[in-house]
Write a protein that binds this ligand. Structure first.
Ligand code: MCA
Ligand code: AMP
Length: 442
């Protein structure tokens, strides 16, 4: 990815563990680049601080694809990502070993993300897709080198890493990473743009003093999950500006957004970004009308789509029909092009605190516990997290808290069930398949 070629900027990157000018960042990153040049792929322990930003910048300079590892990934998830990607671990600026096994990828990033079943898949994203995605956002949000972006999102997903780190690198703007996305940290750091997932915005809206401190900003941006309308309204009242919502996914980057110079609507995520087209289709793939009321499967097409999924021998291209990628989300589109995301087609993909978690991966982890015989996991609507991971388990004597800790120790901590219900049996149909619609909390 081409980085902006601009003069030095003091405090170009600020984190709780220290800050760097633009020249210092490029100097440190160049040292990393020199050490990893020619490697097929490197894994970065994506701790939320300067070392990750330096490592990622270094890999970009060297043209080496990066696999960010969640810093709280448990042993199972970490081992899976390292084995599946074949990557060497680059911890901060220390390189343990460069894996010779994998053929060189022509990609910028491999981001691991959950499917409905099995272990997370490596989504291969090209530099061209990242550039197209960031340039489209820069146009829609009037995002320039004059901005200061503030956020505290994790550095191993599209939101915190691609938008939140590669965005400032490409546009040449300042970045303040707050370590964690707390209302107090956002309020304490003046910026022109703030990024958050809905859980972050709802916590800010519940802290009026923190929300009011963001009033001077140019844009408050929400994405990764649905922003509840009351949070949209509270933010507008407390900060004097309605948040800008945008929609995307790991496989497509950001495809739909409200504009800096345009309208913002509660419950709607905006219009397609420049270069992106969208359509609604029915179960058979036939196009549906954009009349604002017809609900259909949302498909997107454009330059920001993934190259494919990482496989041992290379990259498996996504299943596209005439270039259209099936998002798995159901939506309505108005005659004016405004999109409303109604939900996901599959109940087995859960969005909790803005994280995408596959029910199958959590069920598989629970089944590794010796006391567990059967497990079914669902997302239950929750005021803070959007959805809360909830497990129904048939097991021998075991405390729910032990099962929660068991999952937290094996997968990334945010994938742990927040609630475990011990039940005598799971509801199944005549074929023996678990009927998740019958799982309720009362
Ligand atoms: C809690 N902790 C534990 C356990 N329980 N540790 C071990 N065992 C346990 N049983 C620890 C955690 O490690 C953490 O430690 C602390 O307790 C709090 O964790 P948790 O309760 O999970 O935090 P939370 O309050 O629920 O977090 C809310 C959050 C978080 C901050 C909003 O959900 C978040 O950062 N979400 C962002 C997700 C995101 O970026 N998604 C973008 C995907 P410690 O305090 O040390 O950390 S990209 C995407 O969706 C697309 C492209 C898009 O459109 O953007
Ligand atoms: P991930 O692959 O983690 O990037 O998650 C992508 C999914 O997050 C999408 O398929 C949507 O279900 C959801 N999502 C992202 N942004 C929004 C939004 N603004 N409103 C509703 N859902 C969203």
């Amino acid at each position: 990815m081409r980085l902006i070629d601009s003069p030095d900027l003091p405090d170009a990157v600020v984190t709780p563990s220290g800050s760097l000018s633009r020249h210092q960042l490029l100097e440190q990153a160049s040292r990393v680049a020199g050490r990893i040049k020619g490697a097929p792929i490197v894994a970065v322990d994506a701790v939320p601080d300067l070392s990750t930003i330096v490592a990622v910048t270094g890999a970009l300079l060297a043209g080496v694809p990066i696999v960010p590892i969640p810093p709280d990934a448990g042993d199972l998830e970490r081992a899976h990502i390292l084995r599946d990607s074949g990557a060497a671990l680059l911890a901060g600026s220390d390189i343990s070993e460069i894996s010779p096994g994998r053929p060189r990828l022509d990609a910028a990033l491999v981001l691991y993300t959950s499917g409905t079943t099995g272990a997370p898949k490596g989504v291969v994203i090209s530099s061209e897709a990242v550039e197209a995605g960031l340039d489209a956002l820069a146009e829609a949000w009037q995002w320039t080198a004059e901005d200061t972006l503030v956020h505290g999102l994790p550095l191993y997903h599209v939101h915190g890493l691609v938008l939140g780190v590669l965005g400032p690198l490409r546009l040449g703007c300042r970045l303040i990473h707050t370590g964690r996305p707390t209302p107090q940290a956002y309020a304490a750091n003046p910026g022109t743009m703030y990024f958050g997932v809905p859980t972050v915005w709802s916590r800010i809206a519940a802290d009026p003093a923190a929300a009011r401190a963001l009033a001077p900003a140019r844009l408050l941006v929400s994405g990764s999950a649905p922003l509840p309308a009351p949070v949209f309204d509270d933010l507008a009242a407390l900060t004097g500006q309605a948040p800008v919502e945008r929609y995307g996914m790991t496989e497509t980057l950001i495809t739909v957004s409200a504009r800096a110079d345009g309208e913002r609507r509660a419950g709607q995520v905006g219009q397609p970004l420049p270069g992106i087209t969208t359509r609604l289709v029915d179960e058979s793939g036939a196009p549906l009308p954009s009349d604002g009321t017809t609900i259909g499967h949302l498909q997107v097409r454009g330059p920001t789509l993934l190259d494919g999924y990482l496989r041992p021998g290379g990259v498996r291209p996504p299943d596209l029909t005439d270039g259209w990628f099936p998002t798995g989300d159901v939506a309505t589109v108005g005659p004016d092009g405004w999109h409303r995301i109604v939900g996901r087609a599959s109940t087995d993909l859960i969005k909790t605190g803005g994280y995408r978690v596959g029910a199958g991966e959590v069920e598989d982890a629970l089944l590794l516990h010796p006391a567990v015989r059967e497990a079914a996991v669902i997302g239950v609507p929750h005021p803070d997290l959007g959805e809360r991971i909830t497990a129904f388990v048939v097991a021998g004597p075991v405390a729910p808290a032990e099962l929660i800790d068991f999952v937290a120790g094996r997968l990334a901590v945010h994938k742990r069930p927040r609630v475990v219900h011990l039940v005598d049996e799971l509801p199944r149909n005549a074929m023996g398949k678990v009927q998740k619609s019958f799982l309720t909390e009362d």
